[in-house]
Design a protein around this ligand. Structure first.
Ligand code: 4NP
Length: 169
């Protein structure tokens, strides 16, 4: 008898990332997790990866050019159209990862009682004591902020995937 991977078919999970504007951090997070999933050959574990913002300030816009440049410089394709979080997202996604504490509190406030999403800081998957768990807003800063967000997102994504693959996420 052939055995299915332990997390296949209906067991695939859906993941979303949330920041404030959905043009800098969360589209980058979406792109980085998708890339790491493919590199680590774990696509059988994940159904959907998406992102949105707590605000609709930039709805309809593409990612900030500094997010595009940083992703491109690190060999990661990024492609997204900004949108605001919807109530249905709390049933659609198994995990909704917040970038900072404000996003986390806003999501928890919005979440319909009893809905399925697990809402967490993505930094909960930090295994490097020197790295900040909070992915702070790089919008008003220089390019260094985007590169540092990228490094955090890459580390958290790989830790999350490692745990997902061993059933400990
Ligand atoms: P993000 O960054 O939340 O990482 O997409 C921001 C983008 C836009 C604004 C704030 C943060 N804004 O105020 O327009």
């Amino acid at each position: 008898m052939t055995r299915e991977p332990s997390n296949s078919g209906d067991n695939k999970i859906s993941v979303a990332f949330c920041c404030l504007g959905n043009i800098c951090r969360s589209p980058m997070a979406e792109a980085v997790l998708r890339h790491a999933t493919s590199e680590m050959k774990l696509s059988h574990l994940i159904n959907e990866i998406d992102s949105f913002g707590t605000s609709g300030f930039h709805s309809g816009d593409g990612p900030d050019r500094r997010t595009v440049q940083t992703c491109r410089a690190n060999g990661v394709p990024v492609n997204h159209v900004s949108r605001q979080v919807r109530l249905s997202d709390f049933e659609r996604f198994d995990y909704i990862f917040a970038m900072d504490r404000e996003n986390l509190e806003d999501l928890k406030y919005m979440q319909p009682r009893g809905s399925k999403s697990k809402i967490m800081l993505f930094g909960a998957y930090c295994e490097d004591a020197r790295m900040d768990k909070i992915i702070s807003d790089p919008y008003y800063g220089g390019p260094d902020g985007f590169q540092s967000s990228f490094r955090q997102l890459d580390h958290f994504s790989r830790t999350f995937l490692k745990k997902l693959a061993t059933g400990t996420a």
